[in-house]
Write a protein that binds this ligand. Structure first.
Ligand SMILES: NC(=O)c1ccc[n+]([C@@H]2O[C@H](COP(=O)([O-])OP(=O)(O)OC[C@H]3O[C@@H](n4cnc5c(N)ncnc54)[C@H](O)[C@@H]3O)[C@@H](O)[C@H]2O)c1
Length: 183
């Protein structure tokens, strides 16, 4: 039986890598999925393959995030989960990493995570249940912590809020959404 039937989930960075694998798994498990990615062509190709919604979005841009998150919720008829998998990785060592590259990494991986949580939280509150999840990036921790100010409030009202620590391609998510294997 599909373990995520009825769930409506945004997956940022779903056009590639971990986000794409997570999107495939979530669709297999019956969730409605909206892929938010800056690469709209690749996002659309994945969405067409798995039966998801693709929305162009730059997670580092507040206006883009706000519009995309609201559009995703509208397309799915609500929102009760977010996977923050959009990210960039500078392959250079610290000596060769320019301030510009560092700033862009912070803008996407840290600010982007914060912006998506901030835009999604009120919609998840409306749903009455929810999960917000980030892939393991140490520089996302602060965004996560500031997001947790809101998450704690969600938790206090009986909603679920998971923490950093994602490994692999999302195989553990159904369990973390509160569903045991086979349950
Ligand atoms: N692959 C790993 O083993 C691993 C391990 C730990 C952490 N991470 C981190 O997790 C994240 C995802 O890794 P991946 O291997 O899936 O990377 P990936 O490059 O395959 O996928 C990242 C996705 O994010 C999207 N993206 C990038 N910038 C964006 C932006 N500004 N707005 C919206 N979308 C944007 C890209 O278009 C791409 O689809 C990265 O930040 C990576 O550093 C990866």
């Amino acid at each position: 039986m599909a373990r995520l039937a009825g769930r409506k989930i945004i997956i940022t960075g779903g056009a590639s890598g971990i986000g794409r694998a997570t999107a495939r798994l979530f669709r297999q498990e019956g969730a409605a999925v909206a892929i938010l990615d800056r690469s709209d062509t690749a996002a659309k190709a994945v969405a067409d393959e798995i039966g998801a919604v693709a929305i162009a979005c730059d997670v580092s841009d507040p206006a883009s995030v706000s519009a995309a998150v609201n559009k995703a919720a509208e397309a799915m008829g609500g929102l009760d989960g977010v996977i923050n998998a959009a990210g960039i990785l500078a392959e250079t060592g610290i000596a060769d990493t320019t301030a510009e590259v560092f700033s862009r990494t912070v803008a996407v991986n840290l600010t982007g995570t914060f912006l998506v949580i901030q835009a999604a939280a009120p919609l998840i509150q409306k749903a009455g249940r929810g999960t917000i999840r980030e892939h393991r990036l140490r520089c996302r921790l602060d965004a996560h912590r500031s997001g947790q100010c809101r998450l704690r409030r969600l938790k206090g009202r009986g909603r679920r809020a998971d923490q950093v620590g994602g490994d692999g391609a999302g195989a553990e998510y159904p369990r973390e959404l509160g569903l045991s294997r086979g349950g």
